[in-house]
Design a protein around this ligand. Structure first.
Ligand SMILES: Nc1ncnc2c1ncn2[C@@H]1O[C@H](COP(=O)(O)OP(=O)(O)OP(=O)(O)O)[C@@H](O)[C@H]1O
Length: 328
């Protein structure tokens, strides 16, 4: 570890974080002083379509990194691959990724979670039909044994269960869900479910948490609360990697931003730098994606002119086609 890396108490000090990220090159695949996740040559094809082709990515320990990109860029597929929920087309053919120094290429999803890298999922129907506390207990599966039912017959299990429940209670208090402990997860609001997903992920004491669109469908008041929780986790020393479409959120909490487009990593850097990077603007506009990049100044005269030219060219092409049709 270099001197620029995190202190045991985490990177709560904004100046320390700014100093740390100032040391990274703002280029795709940039090396970092103390990466917790290192990915090489991870490719995923579906039929003839390449959904992910990431040649090298390092995620720095102890900070919040946002993974952004237009719809279909491959962000969720990338999450699935590194967490063992999907298999790279290059598996066994040069794909390599390691977490906290441990190779994960051939590791199952549950082993990845045990290694300390957890991701959130939308609550499925099955989980909606369970109570909040049962969801939490499920999040701790690795601790009470691979198979909860089998564990029932172990004498030590009851004690362990009590310990795990105490931990669940603590997390539910922290995420303001304790009053809902015995409610069905399906009865929670969208925002509360996001909080539950996060709380459940924390049951396994991860070193890194991966959040897939944590703010989607959350009302503004709860968004603030979720953002606060994410920042608090980082301040306590956890590494956060999150996918998000809301660029205001990305600007607000990210220490570093990685950008994917058409499966590839196309840019990296601090939020302000990345969002004014022409490759990023192209990726979003080129995908005809109407994402608000969170800063109207991005729509410079130059960009507006380019857009007007593109629209005019498309109109002219359409007119020419219509005329040709008319002549037939
Ligand atoms: N199981 C699958 N079978 C076939 N194609 C898939 C599958 N999963 C993803 N894809 C395709 O791979 C590409 C990347 O999808 P992915 O969901 O990873 O993108 P994303 O960046 O997460 O998009 P969004 O922001 O819209 O969630 C898309 O073109 C998608 O249609």
């Amino acid at each position: 570890m270099s001197d620029a890396t995190i202190s045991p108490s985490g990177l709560a000090d904004p100046a320390a974080r700014a100093a740390l990220v100032a040391g990274f090159d703002a280029v795709p695949g940039a090396p970092k002083p103390d990466p917790i996740l290192v990915v090489d040559n991870i490719v995923r094809q579906f039929g003839g379509m390449t959904a992910v082709d990431v040649q090298h990515l390092e995620v720095q320990r102890g900070i919040i990194t946002a993974l952004i990109g237009p719809n279909g860029a491959g962000k969720t597929t990338f999450f699935n691959l590194v967490t063992g929920f999907d298999r790279a087309t290059t598996a066994g053919k040069g794909a390599h990724w390691s977490f906290d120094g441990r190779t994960l290429d051939k590791t199952s999803a549950s082993s990845v979670a045990k290694a300390g890298m957890v991701r959130t999922f939308q609550l499925t129907k099955a989980l909606n039909a369970m109570t909040v506390i049962d969801n939490m207990m499920l999040g701790a599966q690795g601790q009470v044994g691979e198979n909860l039912l089998r564990s029932v017959f172990r004498p030590a299990w009851r004690d362990q269960e009590r310990e795990v429940e105490a931990k669940a209670d603590e997390l539910l208090q922290r995420f303001k869900l304790y009053e809902k402990k015995y409610d069905y997860a399906g009865s929670l609001s969208g925002g509360q479910r996001k909080l539950l997903e996060m709380a459940r992920a924390l049951m396994s004491d991860p070193k890194m948490i991966m959040l897939d669109e944590p703010m989607a469908g959350v009302n503004p008041a709860l968004t603030q609360s979720l953002l606060g929780h994410i920042q608090a986790l980082r301040d306590e020393g956890m590494t956060v990697l999150f996918v998000e479409h809301d660029m205001h959120v990305v600007r607000h909490i990210s220490d570093w931003v990685a950008v994917m487009a058409e499966g590839r990593l196309v840019a990296e850097g601090p939020a302000d730098t990345v969002m004014s990077n022409p490759a990023v603007i192209d990726a979003y506009l080129g995908a005809h994606h109407d994402t608000d990049l969170g800063d109207d100044s991005l729509l410079s005269d130059e960009v507006l002119e380019e857009l007007a030219e593109e629209v005019a060219a498309e109109d002219a092409e359409r007119e020419a086609e219509e005329q040709a049709e008319g002549l037939r």
